[in-house]
Write a protein that binds this ligand. Structure first.
Ligand code: AHG
Ligand code: MN
Ligand code: MN
Length: 327
């Protein structure tokens, strides 16, 4: 596989516009740097939390901040983007004179898993830049407007899963050369599945459609679904969604009664998590929904907006949507 084509030549072969291809390569290179930082965590003393919170009120890990800085520095100096928005920053950052792209990212997803050496990731989304000096409102475009989206999973291998709107390709970091090489030409989410992923600790809060869906899966082959299901929950969206992208399944982070009582629409963020992952799921033949509507059709109303997420195998997402429609 060491002679598999590199990311840059695959993008050229896919006729991705030159500056967009360069931007994706810039992100990939920054993520190769994050892979090193994550791998060396305990050697460099960068595991563990900081005594500070991000704009979401979540405790930041040292590596959340390191990854965020690495991406921002790489993009700022590249001239390949006109604006950046990050899960870890309250407001977007304009880069006047950059190429006409906006980049949004979750620099380190699943960072609660960092200290226990479980897969974490980076998620990114690229939108067109409508003007010269973008402000927060310029980023509030529906996910359907994405020009590209991807995630990098820092696991046993460092993988880049990418779509520029014409299917989904997977690349593996070749550490010897420090480059991403093609490792899967066209990822496809199987339409049917026997696996679901949800944080069962919230079961007492679940809305009826979710509670009944999970109960029916758990009832197995003698229940209404007529087959056995398995449950998996890593608590890194990148790792859970990567499993779904690879062998099928449905990933759920729904809203629930407790969130509704607190006025929260969900846990996961539309702009940094749900939209890019939804784009990848759809591009691989899967689906992405809130349970009530297609995620990519949502008109965002805030950079850090949260949404319920149901994504993965198309038939299973449709099954859950039909339960919400019944009420
Ligand atoms: P982040 O680390 O970027 O804040 O995201 C964490 C998210 C997501 O990766 C994962 O699916 C979910 O939180 C896990 O939530 P629970 O802790 O409720 O399992
Ligand atoms: Mn995340
Ligand atoms: Mn994060």
């Amino acid at each position: 596989m060491s002679d598999s084509p590199e990311l840059s030549s695959v993008l050229a072969g896919d006729a991705v516009p030159g500056d967009l291809a360069q931007l994706i390569c810039c992100l990939a290179e920054a993520c190769a740097g994050i892979a090193n930082a994550v791998e060396r965590g305990s050697l460099s003393g960068t595991l563990g939390a900081l005594e500070q919170s991000n704009v979401q009120g979540e405790t930041q890990k040292q590596l959340d901040v390191i990854s965020n800085d690495m991406l921002i520095d790489a993009l700022r100096s590249s001239g390949l983007a006109r604006g950046i928005a990050s899960e870890e920053e309250e407001h977007s950052v304009a880069i006047p004179g950059g190429a006409p792209y906006l980049v949004l990212f979750d620099p380190l997803d699943g960072s609660s898993n960092i200290d226990v050496n479980v897969t974490v990731g980076t998620i990114f989304s690229i939108l067109p830049a409508p003007g010269d000096t973008p402000t927060d409102s310029d980023f509030l475009q529906p996910g359907d407007q994405q020009l590209a989206a991807g995630y990098v999973a820092y696991g046993p291998s460092t993988l880049l899963v990418l779509s520029t709107g014409d299917g989904v390709r997977q690349f593996t970091l070749d550490r010897a050369g420090g480059v991403f090489r093609l490792s899967h030409l066209a990822m496809e989410v199987p339409k049917q599945t026997g696996e679901f992923a949800i944080n069962a600790a919230r079961q007492r809060h679940w809305l009826t459609p979710i509670a009944e869906y999970v109960a029916d899966c758990q009832a197995g082959e003698n229940g209404p679904r007529g087959r056995d299901f398995n449950m998996r929950w890593i608590a890194s969206m990148v790792a859970d969604v990567h499993r779904v992208m690879t062998r099928g399944g449905v990933f759920l982070y729904p809203d629930d009664h407790a969130m509704q009582a607190e006025g929260k629409a969900g846990k996961l963020r539309l702009m940094y998590e749900a939209n890019p992952m939804g784009f990848l799921a759809e591009q691989a033949g899967g689906a992405a929904s809130t349970g009530r509507e297609r995620i990519l059709a949502i008109q965002p109303d805030g950079l850090h907006q949260r949404v319920p997420v149901v994504m993965g195998s198309a038939e299973e997402v449709a099954e859950i949507e039909s339960r919400f429609a019944r009420g």
